[in-house]
Design a protein. Structure first.
Length: 218
């Protein structure tokens, strides 16, 4: 199975030169460490930073420089700082090419639930509601199964939704999948050592398998 770092590295392969990318909290923030060589990608943080670099080393930490998940980050040359109102105007205006988010559940129609944590008090949905409503391309980085061993790729989400029909691609510790416009998870790649049958057993929603499924190469 893929580690969180390997999930982030595989998602980084989806980025193209010139993209503006928003990284959500959790596994998505690790994508900043794996931007492919030779391409220029601008990472945006909804708290008001355009131009995030890799995570800092211990001797390069600036406690005043953080991302939306309150993690310390670095800035690349040409970066800009601004208030959150301008940041969300950028998001709502459709100026982000890809949003990469974590999720607790995704349905076979591309619905996403990623804000309401069972048994915990939360203050609200946060910026994710703007991101899922505005971005053209949404990739989810998540675990395929939860701590109880139950699938997180479902026919229908059981938790309150953040957005409907918005997820385009999912990368988990087991597989890379597309969410098809008509519904269903299309299996594109499988983690090294993981079989198609393993993925079928871990996926509650409709899984579509066409031909030979290659291993993830990262």
């Amino acid at each position: 199975m893929l580690s969180k770092e390997q999930i982030a590295k595989r998602i980084a392969c989806e980025l193209k030169d010139g993209y503006y990318v928003n990284l959500g909290i959790g596994i998505p923030t690790l994508v900043a460490n794996y931007i492919p060589a030779g391409i220029n990608v601008v990472l945006q943080s909804e708290n008001g930073l355009l131009g995030i670099g890799p995570f800092p080393k211990a001797d390069g930490v600036d406690p005043d420089l953080i991302n939306a998940g309150k993690q310390t980050v670095t800035m690349v040359p040409g970066s800009a700082l601004f208030n959150s109102a301008e940041s969300f105007a950028m998001i709502r205006g459709g100026h982000i090419d890809i949003t990469i988010l974590g999720a607790m559940e995704v349905s076979e129609r591309g619905d996403i639930a990623n804000w309401k944590i069972p048994g915990k008090m939360v203050k609200g949905m946060g910026g994710a509601m703007d991101l899922v409503a505005s971005a053209e391309n949404i990739i989810v980085a998540m675990q395929h199964i939860n701590k109880e061993g139950k699938s997180k790729l479902l026919k229908e989400c059981s938790l309150p939704l953040t957005g409907k029909g918005c997820v385009k691609k999912i990368v988990t510790e087991l597989a890379v999948l597309d969410v098809l416009p008509g519904g269903g998870f299309k299996l594109l790649e499988r983690a090294p050592g993981v079989t198609v049958e393993d993925i079928k057993q871990a996926t509650e929603g409709k899984l579509i398998v066409e031909g030979e499924v290659p291993e993830i190469n990262i």
